[in-house]
Design a protein around this ligand. Structure first.
Ligand code: GDP
Ligand code: MG
Length: 309
């Protein structure tokens, strides 16, 4: 039986996330011309990681704080995260921020990866490791393995692969029998095919020829399915999927859902908790941006029974 999961990166800009993904998968996830020119990840990158009994869709996120909304678009579907820290630089603001976000999102599993060890002294490596372990105290990565690697020399990559397999096989299975749900993270058109939307199938099974609600919005038909450039008749929970759809317009942030199982709403009840490193208190009636799966929209917060948090 194949285990399907989403392997994600997290960590500060320039700490070696994209280079590590390339070393692990052979794929360069920085595909935009602007990303190549600036040597910087702007939007989510995707690759395929394989090992015995394991097929992981890799989501490489941008580390720069300015592109945090794009990180959030990918973070929601990560099962197993590689929290990447450059050994020569140590823990930085987006190391903490990404850790807090994944913790708040309920991510369950991950590996601490010290990269660029070829550029660091043994003292730097041990200081970075100590600080990182301290930073992870009280989070889901508290007892996570820590692996020292260099994407340049290849040192540590075999050990990292071993840990990925070990943790991946321990992850709970996603529910393949539940109604399908796929938050859309990219939309493009392919000549001769029409509209293609991609995303992570969070639950259920999606089949060619099926109808889907595209929420909020309209109704579409699934003309064809691919996973990592391979045509498939059906996709199961945990897979990265490209869906060729026929019907109305479709946008990042919408959710493809089994007909009649989800309905849009303009009000939601949530339990809210503030991250450790947030500055000002949150005031009642404040306007915020809400990120939900791959979508984002403006909202107004109404606190029950208090004026601020
Ligand atoms: P990201 O912003 O976290 O995705 O970082 P990148 O993967 O784009 O890497 C930033 C820079 O560090 C690039 O110039 C890489 O070539 C370099 N780099 C990444 N990993 C290593 C490593 O293990 N050793 C060395 N020497 N350089 C690395
Ligand atoms: Mg990058």
């Amino acid at each position: 039986m194949m285990k399907y999961l989403i392997l994600g990166t997290a960590g500060h800009v320039d700490h070696g996330k994209t280079t590590l993904v390339k070393a692990l998968t052979g794929e360069d996830t920085d595909r935009l011309i602007e990303e190549k020119r600036r040597g910087l990840t702007i939007d989510l990158g995707f690759a395929l990681y394989r090992d015995d009994g394991l097929e992981a869709g890799v989501i490489d996120v941008p580390g720069h704080e300015r592109f945090l909304p794009n990180m959030l678009c990918g973070a929601g579907s990560i099962d197993l995260v590689l929290l990447v820290v450059a050994a020569d630089e140590g823990v930085k603001p987006q190391t903490r921020e990404h850790l807090d976000i994944l913790d708040a999102l309920g991510c369950q599993s991950g590996i601490l990866v010290l990269t660029k060890t070829d550029l660091a002294t043994p003292e730097q490596i041990s200081v970075t490791k100590k600080n990182l372990l301290q930073e992870c105290d009280g989070t889901f990565l508290e007892h996570a393995p820590c692996v020292c690697v260099s994407a340049k020399t290849g040192i540590g990559l075999a050990e990292l692969r071993t840990w990925i397999s070990r943790l991946a096989l321990r992850l709970p299975e996603r529910d393949k029998a539940a109604p399908f749900r796929l938050p859309v993270d990219r939309v493009f058109s392919v000549e001769g095919f029409g509209t293609v939307a991609t995303g992570t199938l969070l639950q259920g099974t999606l089949r060619e020829g099926e109808e889907a609600d595209c929420i909020p919005g309209n109704h579409v038909r699934i003309r064809g399915l691919e996973t990592h450039h391979r045509q498939i008749p059906a996709a199961v929970a945990g897979q990265r999927v490209a869906v060729n759809v026929k019907g109305g317009e479709i946008l990042r942030g919408q959710v493809l859902a089994e007909p009649g199982t989800l309905s849009p709403s303009s009000v939601i009840d949530i339990s809210l908790h503030m991250l450790r490193h947030t500055g000002d208190p949150l005031k009642n009636s404040e306007r915020l941006t809400v990120f939900l799966h791959t979508g984002k929209t403006l909202c107004r917060v109404v606190l029950f029974g208090r004026d601020s948090l």
